[in-house]
Design a protein around this ligand. Structure first.
Ligand code: ZN
Length: 225
């Protein structure tokens, strides 16, 4: 083996061992990041968030690692450099960018609910309008009944405050709760994975829109299954 090859191998080996454990990228993390970026783009295209508002995260299956949008980034423009990896305690792992202001809420929900694999916080117009009005979205359609069965509405608290973190986490302590509305702010949705999360987010916004249209027509007709 030539000296040059030996030197190159030493640099590679030294480089790897010098990398902090939290920064080591592995295949499961990359796969989740790729899917997160794709789903986030669809969330933004569907106008479930706007500007740099809202956030999305995914649990790397079989681990305590959570990949979440970095603060100040847009869901429509995510890449690896705009994602942060945190632990279930909400602390950043390795040298990632600062996570979203609501990342601590995501971490608390993952800690409480083992079945949750992905979480989104959205500012979609119709669902947010109901939250601004301080009214729960009525489950007026067959598709929304089970999703909104444990719907919770928490009062307004400042973004990043412990009161908001605590109120949303407490709402998700109810195993039936899939959707939490935050007054004068927006909505949290959980799913078993990123696709489930996207579809649920779409149903929440669609239901909020249909319910608003129903109000214009008159009282919604009751229904039974
Ligand atoms: Zn928000």
């Amino acid at each position: 083996m030539s000296c040059r090859i030996l030197l190159s191998l030493c640099i590679i080996l030294l480089g790897c061992s010098a990398q902090p454990a939290g920064e080591q990228e592995n295949i499961p993390d990359r796969a989740q990041k790729d899917l997160l970026i794709e789903i986030a783009g669809r969330v933004y295209a569907r106008e479930l968030t706007s500007g740099t508002g809202g956030d999305i995260s995914v649990r790397v299956p079989g681990t305590d690692r959570i990949v979440v949008k970095a603060t100040g980034t847009c869901l429509g423009d995510l890449d690896y450099g705009k994602l942060s990896t945190i632990g279930l305690d909400g602390e950043v792992i390795g040298g990632n960018p600062a996570p979203s202001h609501e990342a601590r809420i995501h971490a608390a929900i993952y800690s409480l609910r083992e079945e949750v694999g992905a979480i989104m916080h959205m500012h979609s117009p119709y669902a947010t309008a109901w939250a601004v009005a301080g009214m729960k979205i009525p489950a007026v359609t067959q598709q929304s009944v089970s999703l909104l069965a444990g719907l919770a509405l928490v009062p307004y608290y400042r973004v990043g405050s412990q009161e908001l973190d605590r109120a949303v986490a407490q709402a998700y302590a109810n195993p039936e709760t899939q959707v939490v509305m935050m007054q004068n702010h927006g909505v949290f949705v959980v799913g078993k994975d990123l696709y489930d999360l996207l579809y649920r987010g779409e149903v929440v916004e669609n239901t909020a829109r249909v319910a608003w249209l129903c109000k214009a027509l008159g009282p919604a007709a009751g229904f039974e299954f």
